[in-house]
Design a protein around this ligand. Structure first.
Ligand code: CAA
Length: 292
């Protein structure tokens, strides 16, 4: 393990670009941060895509408290890393995430849940300003489906399964499932999934608008990375503005939302990147955005 860490540090020093060093070794991942439940890394040709892989395979990536705390740490680090322009969250081929950790929840009381505002720290995923892509292979159930829905884009492997099976445990979704699923797939399918606990396939998820694209299992992460690189090569500043505008559609009326969008559009004219983008078009060259 020590040798692996040393090798990773040498790689970091020689490339001079990687605060997040690639290593599959448990408890040896990023500069100064130890992860037990995640593999955290920067990927892409320009190392500008933050990569978070849930790494609790024996429990099908069940989202225990420790894992979600680490998720928040990794997201904070990428949010503050000027090099990173997009983030990918993925699991493994069998499971994206099989939900909140049922064994951890089994003996909790109402007083503990309400008093501690249980699951409130999961919201961090939905407040990140940089675009996040969920690359979902296998199970995305309960909190796993909710985690994917907190992301901005969902890509699915062709064997992915999505579901909100909380009803079978005598409870209801607690991390946005009833709200985000309903907005994504409409009332009838959301009701059916939440009330029966039945899962839907990747194909059904695509047909209903929950995911934007489906890929063969082994190509999924590569395709998510390709999408992440496309985003990260645009202006990070303007991408954050675009994300904010799209997300406003879930909160505002059409009139308010259109007004908000217009203000954001106007605001892009205060950026160097808007000027560079349009100048590059006119000069028939590729834009060189500086995130300014
Ligand atoms: N929490 C804790 N452990 C879990 C888990 C979960 N959500 N899902 C799977 N595991 C564990 C199993 O207990 C098992 O561990 P052991 O080997 O120690 O027994 C291991 O992962 C493998 O699971 P299975 O043997 O069950 O694997 P399978 O292939 O037969 O079935 C499955 C896979 C259909 C996903 C099944 O594991 C399952 O139904 N899991 C629970 C799914 C679920 O109900 N999720 C919702 C949780 S509640 C929630 O998320 C609330 C919220 O809104 C935030």
């Amino acid at each position: 393990m020590a040798a692996l860490c040393r090798r990773a540090v040498v790689l970091f020093q020689t490339t001079k670009t990687l605060p997040y060093v690639l290593t599959a070794a448990r408890k040896c991942s990023t500069a100064g941060t130890q992860y037990n439940y995640l593999i955290v890394d920067k990927r892409g040709e320009n190392k500008n895509v933050g990569f978070i892989q849930l790494n609790r395979p024996k429990a099908l990536n069940a989202l225990c408290d420790g894992l979600m705390k680490e998720m928040n740490q990794a997201l904070d680090a990428f949010e503050n890393d000027a090099q990173v322009g997009a983030i990918i969250i993925t699991g493994n081929e069998k499971s994206f995430a099989a939900g909140a950790d049922i064994k951890e929840m089994q003996n909790r009381t109402f007083q503990e849940c309400y008093g501690g505002n249980f699951l409130s720290h999961w919201n961090r995923v939905s407040t990140v300003r940089k675009p996040i892509i969920a690359a979902v292979n296998g199970f995305a159930l309960g909190g796993g489906c909710e985690l994917a829905m907190m992301c901005d884009i969902i890509y699915a492997g062709e064997k992915a399964q999505f579901g909100q099976p909380e009803i079978l445990l005598g409870t209801v979704p607690g991390a946005g499932g009833t709200q985000r699923l309903t907005r994504a797939v409409g009332k009838s399918l959301a009701m059916e999934m939440v009330l029966t606990g039945d899962r839907i396939s990747a194909k059904e998820a695509k047909e209903s608008g929950l995911v934007s694209k489906i890929f063969p299992v082994e190509q999924l992460v590569e395709e998510a990375l390709r999408c992440g690189e496309k985003i990260a090569n645009n202006s990070k500043l303007v991408c954050a503005m675009a994300k904010e505008a799209v997300n406003a559609a879930f909160e505002l009326t059409l009139t308010e939302g259109s007004r908000f969008e217009k203000r954001i559009f106007h605001a892009t004219f205060a950026t160097d990147d808007r000027k560079e983008g349009m100048t590059a078009f006119v000069e028939k060259r590729k834009a060189n955005f500086k995130d300014n």
